[in-house]
Design a binder for this molecule. Structure first.
Ligand SMILES: [Zn+2]
Length: 296
């Protein structure tokens, strides 16, 4: 699932390639992916892309062709939340034939300039269709955006400390809680905790000031490094770029590039996370509920 760095890179890519291009047609392949019905997506036809923005892990393509009563830009925002297997793909040419509903990964296609011309696809591989698209006048109309906490990259050390103070969740759980702090997901929280040499199970509110210093610095460096690596890459190359920069996430059983210990995993029903015992838990593996149940 794309997180802050990849969504930032996708927004950057759209600003470089889609800006000032008019929408020629919108193909909706999976109606259930479009969560709003008023205005309809056909409202976009003839409107010009004026920008792209990121809200946490949400991506917004902007069509701001008016000014409101206060003189601020106004218009429509095509907002998407790319789910686990979701992605935005840029194309220089596209089929003029509308896609058949429910076939293949394509969810929504936007033709720019002319039908069959350049544009972008929102796709989702896999059978569980969770990609969500919203066409709204204000991004705050999207429930997931209205609930977002401050952006992870916008937090000063003091603001970060204030958000974490007194929280009883494990730090791994808290870092991905979008209502507390927006933008970090499963992959980068693994990387941030590894860089900070903190156990994923550490209780948030019990972290010492020095640990919070290190954690805040790790969050900034992991995210900004990933943004720098990602921006400028084609949307198609971003997944590979993300993977190549990871040190523990999705590397179960491989050696830690810092200490050489074997990266380990804790699994839940629908997800898992990875960490290095040597760097993060004093060499002791964390209890894996799935494994301990098997042993018992
Ligand atoms: Zn290590």
């Amino acid at each position: 699932m794309p997180e802050l760095p990849e969504v930032e890179a996708l927004a950057h890519h759209l600003r470089e390639h889609a800006l000032y291009r008019p929408v020629a047609r919108v193909d909706v392949a999976t109606m259930s992916g479009v969560k709003t019905f008023d205005p309809p997506v056909s409202e976009l036809v003839g409107r010009v892309v004026t920008g792209a923005a990121r809200y946490g892990k949400f991506l917004s393509v902007e069509f701001l062709d008016r000014v409101d009563g206060d003189g601020n830009p106004a218009g429509l925002h095509l907002v998407t939340h790319l789910s686990r297997a979701g992605w935005l793909r840029w194309h220089d040419t596209a089929s003029v034939t509308p896609p058949k509903p429910g076939r293949g990964p394509l969810e929504l296609r936007v033709h720019l300039d002319h039908v069959g011309g350049p544009g972008f696809d929102l796709t989702e591989a896999g059978t569980q269709k969770r990609l969500a698209v919203y066409l709204v006048h204000d991004p705050q109309e999207v429930p997931g955006i209205a609930r977002l906490g401050p952006d992870a990259l916008a937090l000063s050390r003091d603001e970060f400390g204030a958000l974490l103070a007194g929280r009883t969740e494990r730090i791994k759980t808290l870092l991905v809680e979008q209502t507390v702090m927006a933008g970090v997901g499963n992959a980068y929280s693994d990387e941030i905790l590894h860089t900070a040499k903190l156990s994923p199970y550490a209780v948030t509110g019990r972290l010492k000031a020095a640990q919070l210093d290190v954690l805040h610095a790790a969050m900034r460096s992991v995210l900004t490094d990933a943004v720098e690596r990602s921006v400028g890459h084609n949307a198609a190359e971003l997944k590979g770029e993300k993977r190549s920069g990871l040190r523990v996430h999705a590397r179960n059983g491989l050696p830690c590039p810092v200490c050489g210990d074997t990266v380990r995993e804790v699994s839940f029903t629908t997800k898992s996370f990875q960490y290095c015992p040597g760097c993060q838990t004093g060499g002791t593996p964390l209890a894996d509920r799935r494994l301990s149940r098997l042993v018992r």
